[in-house]
Design a protein around this ligand. Structure first.
Ligand SMILES: O=C(O)CCC(=O)C(=O)O
Ligand SMILES: [Fe+2]
Length: 292
């Protein structure tokens, strides 16, 4: 589009960019309905693949009474084809291609989850980078941030969402001593805006924030503020095994089953084949039981 803002440039410079309208109008209600069903099944205990209050990363605690996320919404047992249809739809695929600067034949299917408000417990994720340990030295941090992982991650809000905080530009530079001190604790942030440089990201329904998952970020979850935000990532096969650690820790056995493959259109099948190839190339397993 001739007048489109320079999304890729903003994404590269700030480590995040907000793009509107990636859900076609005709699909919005279908996605909201699918999300509501998935949330109800998770809260009733029927859907066991969930992010649980009290755990920041996998493995999650099956005994926890409350959830802040629904995992694997494209799973055939979820029975909601709207999710995979949207994941492989033109607007989203085009945005991913442009931010990854790659052609469609490189796109790799990865994770698709949903972030929701806990029903009755406030919860927060402490400041972190998804793929760099908080204890990393400055040098280790610099090295890790220099690797371009050939992937994009995004949040697409179905309802207004102000849960996420980021430090713009922090995807490129090690933390300052003050930022390090505020992100080395196991405690949730008292006020996320105490972090030097932090901003709160607000998404209106239908808006998407793409963010480098190594940007310094945190999130707060309020049980009284409705949230249903599609949370997913997609890779570019040029990333090879560098994507494996982050992706394969989530347990993806089910994606290799023909039952899942059969739910996908031609584009989705090709994207899935590239994920399976990546997994086979690292000689790994698609289940985190092997990794944890
Ligand atoms: O809730 C969010 O928007 C952020 C989630 C997050 O940072 C994570 O899952 O690592
Ligand atoms: Fe994160």
């Amino acid at each position: 589009m001739p007048n489109e803002p320079p999304y890729k440039q903003l994404y590269d410079e700030q480590g995040f960019v907000i793009i509107p309208h990636l859900i076609p109008e005709a699909s919005f209600k279908e996605l909201v309905d699918a999300a509501e069903c998935a949330i109800a099944r998770t809260r009733s205990g029927e859907w066991k693949l969930r992010r649980t209050v009290g755990s920041q990363f996998p493995p999650y605690d099956p005994e926890s009474p409350d959830s802040w996320g629904v995992q694997h919404v494209m799973h055939p047992d979820m029975g909601e084809p709207a999710f995979a249809q949207w994941y492989t739809s033109d607007p989203l695929v085009n945005a991913a291609k442009s931010l990854l600067d790659c052609s469609e034949d490189k796109l790799q299917m990865e994770l698709f989850n949903m972030l929701i408000n806990p029903e009755s417990h406030a919860f927060a994720l402490r400041w972190h980078r998804d793929d760099v340990r908080e204890k990393a030295t400055e040098d280790e941090e610099r090295q890790a941030l220099n690797i371009w992982h050939h992937g994009v991650q995004w949040n697409t809000a179905l309802y207004e969402d102000s849960c996420l905080y980021v430090v713009p530009g922090s995807h490129k530079v090690p933390r300052t001593p003050e930022q390090r001190a505020l992100s080395s604790t196991q405690d949730p942030p008292e006020n996320p805006l105490d972090m030097p440089g932090a901003i709160q990201v607000t998404l209106k329904p239908g808006e998407t924030v793409f963010y480098n998952n190594n940007i310094l970020h945190c999130a707060t979850y309020d049980p009284h503020q409705k949230r249903a935000t599609l949370h997913a990532c997609m890779g570019d096969t040029r990333g090879g095994a560098t994507r494996a650690r982050n992706i394969l820790q989530h347990g993806l056995f089910w994606m290799k089953e023909p039952r899942f493959r059969d739910t996908l259109g031609e584009r989705g099948k090709k994207m899935l084949e590239r994920l399976v190839k990546m997994q086979e190339s690292v000689n790994g397993d698609l289940g985190y039981s092997q990794l944890n």
